[in-house]
Write a protein that binds this ligand. Structure first.
Ligand code: 5GP
Length: 143
């Protein structure tokens, strides 16, 4: 396994060098819309502490990240009126990982609606912005 590359795209998003449609941030985590969503409301939750994926992550960093994963799962389900939520997380290329900063995919699901292929199609920025606002509103009303 290779190490952590601080020039990966999510590290740049964390440093504010690249924009994102942010939905949530706390001391340990950042959540933003996936630019090539597999479904409406597809959100990524990443730790602020660098790690390539789950395999090299600091267990304490994981412990501080998972509350944000749960928070976003609940907010995405409410905001999108979803019937379920899939959480996906890939480790190394053979598994499908393409960005080498640990991240959890939050995927709202509906009966009979299949996920689009991974990383296939860019979403329109205005659609991502609109969905981000809905998810932020659900987060605000859950406090
Ligand atoms: P992985 O295959 O590593 O689990 O997933 C990486 C995810 O990051 C993909 O779903 C892809 O659409 C998303 N992604 C790649 N580049 C960017 C980007 O620049 N901005 C955002 N918001 N998402 C990205």
């Amino acid at each position: 396994m290779n190490g952590y590359d601080p020039q990966n795209i999510f590290a740049k998003i964390l440093r504010g060098e690249i924009p994102c449609h942010k939905v949530y941030e706390d001391a340990h985590a950042l959540a933003f819309m996936d630019i090539m969503p597999r479904c409406d409301g597809h959100v990524l939750v990443i730790p602020k502490m660098p790690s390539r994926n789950l395999l090299d992550a600091n267990p304490e960093a994981l412990a501080t990240l998972m509350p944000a994963v749960q928070k976003l799962a609940r907010a995405c389900k409410a905001a999108m009126a979803a019937e379920g939520i899939s959480i996906e997380q890939y480790n190394e290329p053979a598994s499908g990982q393409t960005v080498y900063h640990l991240h959890f995919h939050i995927l709202p699901r509906w009966e009979g609606v299949k996920l689009k292929p991974h990383g296939a199609e860019m979403a329109k920025p205005e659609v991502l912005a609109m969905l981000a606002e809905k998810i932020k509103a659900a987060l605000a009303s859950s406090v």
